[in-house]
Design a binder for this molecule. Structure first.
Ligand code: EZ4
Ligand code: CO
Length: 402
């Protein structure tokens, strides 16, 4: 089953996506997501200029061999661009395998370990009142887990607080906006938000919160401790995670569960976090961590250390990645939760899919392969538009992590 065609489709139905489409000699096609938010064209070139020539004529059934060939054969290993490109190839090959065997991908991954996949939605508002109202809307839709973000008094912008209600899109066209940040103002405010949310919604609803890499370990320890009475499902990305051992300090001080990993590319970014049990949820995902094959290896290591999965699922991960994540989530034993942000209607039309949401859970559907397609004619009507994620400075002008 030889690969005879491979092409990269860049489109912007509301935001930019990079999609790899592989076609075999039997006419079976497969899709992989290769989107790296704000650096899309780098992955498109990596694929078109360097990977596609290596794929033509290869046996599409040799998924693991192809992964190792692209990883070890490049010499320059790891990094978000390389791993997104390899992840796209891997995902497309699983899609092809499922379609050629007429079975959904999760059946190739060991079958369903659960009936459906628990997801969390994003509630946010400029004020606590707005955030309370947003959480209420998610509860009404059947969600039992909700991420809550809120504007911070004294700061003009806050991560996670968008322009629309069910739609947060941080990337903006034009040059990157600069946001101002104060850890002091943030740390002083966040416990107030969760005091109010617990008072309003009681004890059962799962609450999550994303710090988005902004604190130091000792600040994160203070926040985790302050939030213990509200028993979060998780506190996400409390500090930048290049320094894995930095999490020891946080762990010594708080029982608030920690989730990390949306920017991780390989198991080498998180093996110490996992083996030392410094985190509770690993958030690596299909597109940014080398595809379904490599993500399964990360999950297998995590399973040994009581760490569960919590795949990243923001809108910059295309419906192709969302479908792949749901097949992974349904099958791995140590699944924890899946992030779910709804895409725009244009995006959903460009990528018709069989996955579905109902009453707080999702299912990938039983279409063969991943159960997601791309309408290439429609995609061509939404050309790439340069966009950047924001950058952040502290109040004194020092560059800070966004
Ligand atoms: O900022 O996907 O948990 N979700 C997040 C996302 C990320 C974006 C970056 O491209 O942190 O909103
Ligand atoms: Co996050």
């Amino acid at each position: 089953m030889k690969i005879t065609d491979a092409r990269v489709i860049v489109c912007s139905p509301g935001r930019n996506f990079v999609t790899l489409k592989l076609v075999t000699e039997d006419g079976v096609s497969g899709l992989g997501d290769a989107t790296v938010n704000g650096r899309e064209l780098a992955v498109a070139s990596y694929l078109t200029d360097h990977v596609v020539p290596l794929l033509i004529g290869r046996d599409a059934r040799r998924i693991e061999d192809t992964w190792q060939y692209l990883y070890k054969g490049a010499y320059w290993r790891r990094g978000p661009i390389t791993m997104a490109a390899i992840g796209a190839v891997d995902t497309a090959l699983w899609d092809i395998r499922g379609k050629s065997l007429d079975t959904p991908v999760y059946q190739l991954l060991g079958g369903a370990s659960r009936d459906a996949v628990l997801v969390y939605g994003h509630a946010n508002g400029a004020t606590i009142e707005e955030t309370v109202a947003a959480v209420a809307r998610y509860v009404k839709l059947g969600y039992t887990a909700v991420r809550a973000q809120c504007g911070i008094p004294g700061l003009a912008q806050a991560y996670g607080v968008g322009r629309g209600d069910r739609y947060y899109e941080p990337a903006e066209q034009g040059m990157p906006p600069e946001h101002l940040w104060s850890s002091e103002r943030y740390l002083g405010f966040v416990p107030t938000l969760f005091t109010r949310l617990r008072a309003e919604f009681g004890d059962e609803l799962h609450f999550l919160h994303d710090v988005h890499h902004r604190l130091t370990p000792i600040e994160a320890a203070r926040l985790g401790k302050a939030l213990e009475p509200y028993h979060l499902f998780w506190l996400e990305d409390p500090v930048p995670a290049e320094l894995q051992e930095g999490f020891r300090l946080i762990r010594q001080h708080t029982t608030t569960p920690l989730a990390v990993g949306e920017v991780f590319n390989t198991v080498y970014d998180c093996h110490r976090l996992i083996e030392e049990q410094l985190i509770d949820y690993i958030r690596a995902t299909v597109v940014h961590a080398g595809g379904i094959s490599h993500l399964r290896k990360i999950a297998a290591l995590a399973e040994l250390y009581h760490v569960r999965t919590g795949c990243h699922g923001a809108t910059d991960l295309s419906p192709v990645c969302m479908a792949a994540a749901l097949h992974f989530d349904l099958s791995v034993h140590n699944f924890g939760i899946q992030e779910y942000m709804t895409h725009t209607a244009e995006t959903d039309r460009v990528f018709p899919h069989s996955y579905r949401f109902e009453a707080g859970v999702m299912h990938p559907g039983d279409a063969p392969g991943l159960g997601v397609d791309i309408d290439e004619a429609l995609a061509a009507r939404y050309p790439y538009e340069r966009a950047y994620l924001p950058t952040t400075r502290k109040l004194d002008g020092t560059v800070h992590s966004w």
